[in-house]
Write a protein that binds this ligand. Structure first.
Ligand code: ADP
Ligand code: MG
Length: 322
């Protein structure tokens, strides 16, 4: 199949978004937005670096790549509307596999009425999928990481470490409790878009998505806001069978694992009730995981508190407090 018929095969026949003026088929796409702020992000997935074909069938490559991008929009409080796809195709990839990559993206896009409005197609030695997403947010309502204040509640949606548990099961096989659940969380994560959109009423909210593990995401909030974060070990939410994995893996995956695409946020204590309400409405678990404190001896630090002691949680490990 040549490039022209390939593009024709992935092109939508109709578009959902009324703000779209020109979709696929000209030199560039055109949309018009008179009222909202426009939020945009791009993420790139390289075969052999970000995924391998053994653990990620073609359909899931597309699904997960778009999910990662939508998670970024969710973390900004934005409503997804458009996406563009730049793809580098090695010779050995079949037409059918490419179609599956696109149908993975399409499944997720349809759920939010997003339109595919453009992209680029090139051939190369390595498969690369780069997705640009565009979302809208009410003027001045985008959610930033610098909004955490001392006394805030730190919350997180869902459970942590599941994606890495799933990858472990894919790589090591074996019959494990909830095997299908963990593998699905690795291959088909759900970006928390609807939950984030439900939080528009809050006057102040810091938000970040869990792409690299909460140690890292909490540190990003701490640094951006100039505060410290205290996380309580016993309040870190994990799936019910997670404690069947070796202790060492549990720790590694839940703090540093990443790719869970949950949302971590901070709000004033009186606003946490609203967070719980919106989560319940979305049938989504939410956990109060810790709190924000002002910087004192340690600047922009993430602490992990157990019943007996307090550690500094670095981006990739712990340090004992003297
Ligand atoms: P140009 O030479 O003007 O860049 P292209 O042939 O690359 O045009 O693209 C033609 C149209 O198809 C454009 O609207 C472009 O955005 C779209 N397009 C090209 N490749 C892809 C792709 N992989 N996914 C989605 N849209 C694509
Ligand atoms: Mg082009």
């Amino acid at each position: 199949m040549d490039e022209f018929s390939f593009i024709d095969s992935i092109k939508q026949n109709t578009y959902h978004q009324p703000s779209l003026i020109k979709g696929i088929g000209d030199d560039a796409a055109v949309f018009r937005q008179p009222t909202d702020d426009i939020v945009t992000a791009v993420d790139t997935f390289v075969e052999g670096v970000h995924f391998t074909r053994d653990t990620m069938p073609a359909y899931y490559i597309g699904y997960k790549a778009l999910a990662a991008n939508l998670s970024d929009l969710a973390a900004m409080g934005a409503k997804p509307v458009f996406y563009l796809v730049s793809i580098t195709i090695p010779r050995k990839w079949t037409e059918q596999e490419l179609t599956l990559v696109y149908s993975g993206m399409k499944t997720l896009a349809e759920a939010y009425q997003m339109d595919l409005i453009g992209g680029d197609t090139v051939s190369g030695d390595t498969f690369v999928l780069s997705i640009t997403v565009i979302g809208y947010v009410k003027r001045n309502q985008a959610r930033f990481r610098d909004q955490a204040r001392p006394g805030d509640v730190v919350f997180v949606t869902g459970t942590l470490g599941d994606s890495q548990a799933g990858l472990h099961l894919l790589l090591n096989g074996g019959n494990y409790t909830d095997r299908a659940y963990y593998i699905n969380r690795h291959q088909q994560p759900t970006p928390r878009v609807t939950f984030a959109l439900g939080l528009t009423g809050l006057s102040r909210l810091a938000l970040n998505d869990v792409s690299d593990g909460i140690a890292n995401e909490a540190a990003e909030i701490a640094e951006a806001s100039g505060v410290s974060v205290v996380l309580k070990e016993k309040n870190i939410p994990v799936h019910e069978s997670f404690n069947l994995f070796p202790q060492m893996f549990q720790e590694k995956w839940k703090y540093f694992g990443g790719e869970d695409y949950e949302l971590i946020g901070t709000v004033a204590p009186q606003d946490y009730q609203h967070i719980k309400k919106v989560a319940a409405k979305n049938k989504l678990r939410v956990s109060k995981m810790g709190y924000i404190k002002s910087n004192r001896s340690n600047k922009n630090t993430v602490f992990l508190e157990t019943d007996h002691t307090r550690f500094i949680l670095n981006k990739h490990g712990y340090t004992h407090l003297k």
